[in-house]
Design a protein around this ligand. Sequence first.
Ligand code: GLA
Length: 586
Amino acid sequence: MVIGETDFLLDGEPVRILSGALHYFRVHPDLWADRIHKARLMGLNTIETYVPWNAHAPRRGEFRTDGGLDLERFLRLVEAEGMHAIVRPGPYICAEWDNGGLPGWLFRDPAVGVRRDEPLYMEAVSEYLGTVLDLVAPFQVDRGGPVVLVQVENEYGAYGSDHVYLDKLVALTRSHGITVPLTSIDQPSGTMLADGSVDALHSTGSFGSRSAERLATLREHQPTGPLMCAEFWDGWFDHWGAHHHTTSAEDAARELDELLAAGASVNIYMFHGGTNFGFTSGANDKGVYQPTTTSYDYDAPLAEDGTPTAKFFAFRDVIARYAPVPDEALPERVPAPTPAVDLEFSLSVLDAAEGLGSWTASEHVPTTDEVDSYTGFALYRTTLAAAQQRVLSVGEVRDRAQAMLDGSAVGTLDRSRHERTLSLPGGPEGVLTFLVEDQGRVNYGPRLGEHKGIIGPVTVGGTEVTGWEVLPLGLDDVGPLTEDVRAHGGPVVKGGAVLGPSFVAGSFEVDEPADLFLDAARLGKGVVWVNGFNLGRYWSAGPQQTLYVPAPVVVAGRNTVLVLTLDGLDEAPVFVPGLDLGHEEQ
Ligand code: GLA
């Protein structure tokens, strides 16, 4: 693959890239083939994916490729479908993904630079890119594989203008045997295209409207070579507490038509968004912290559960005017089974804690990063002196802290509302505990890499509270925790209440594996696992109502459910027949 005067050239022949974004890390691996096949049925010839550094390397020096992180297997499936692939390994990927893909551990040392030519940052980037590029190199098209393009960085012009950094990333990429064209992506506006690219990179644009105008700007910036919209935004993501975004299929199809009529190549962002399973979603913060929802449906052509939407068919009709589209029927959505969930045992988080980690002592209140924890939940505790009245203040909570005094709930501090102060009942000496949730690291803008947990100092009546202990809750493998809840928890009485924060173990039964949709949104805030698979966060803040349970997670017969209820509950979550992503703007 090379960049020609006006086209991408493959073996000397002009090719138009009709790509769809599909992040392997947001789809259950047993469903990759299905989603890739459906992309081809919409008329696409290429699959694009980012690579999330932090998911592959939860600890420095590691590069996980098991299960849902098996990038090689994903690329082989793309190849098996007769499609090409575009790989975007970052190191920064944005993508509404925790910290834009940058590992939390990278920022343990405050001297580390972000997205610029800073030696500590570059050393870690070289380790990561070296590993991922060595993995990708054999899959390039000139070696008989599917990969036709590799992107360097991501919308760099919206963040910085360090061209030495970009040149070094290019050199690094080439030194690991990447021979296909390297691209950059930027919004065609202001100085972003110029800031975000260097000579060795072919510039592409990211936009979702006014296609002709944006392509003209791109052409001004780069007089020759193929025009490409490498992120054609066909929908949008959601924040907790806001509306569910949708866009008209008709308008999106018209924009796509305009792009294709101009002869441009395209990567539809997203073709299939999937789900931010577990604790993987990112957040935005432009003065107000806005965590991203668990669903990454994106109002894309293929919905979160893999069913084609009106946008799928509208796009297929447009693509058919420019390229051959396979004539194969697509499966229709059937209502999902709705088995009843039995909640059986519950154990408070405080009682379960010691089985999930160990306490680390610290004189001043530490961030969770300082105790080497970069995701999920952590408990903080300290002893408060006897006092008649207590007003407690924290520097900041990242991102939500539930306070308990001698085990009883006394209030919550929420970063989205800039809450910093709590009135605590007066009384004798007592143990203050916070359950702190990292709701996702900011993935765009200058807050990348910021630490999580409680940002000190913590004061009572203006005097610093010292003598802290922190216990990050290890929730990667909840098998032992589920057994602990069953062995040491109290039975859940039907119609009775479980106080939060607690873990609740239960089960449900189905005849055969099927996609399921769990509605927990009425139950406040928490997390649900099915058979140990972390479905992600639920929250009555909405908009999303349902958590998607992919069929491969479900077994015929009894299935286990584990709920972390932060607010408490007095009823079980319910299965509903289909996806419900919540209220839309009127
Ligand atoms: C930009 C980024 C993507 C994503 C989209 C919004 O284009 O490059 O990673 O964040 O915005 O969905």
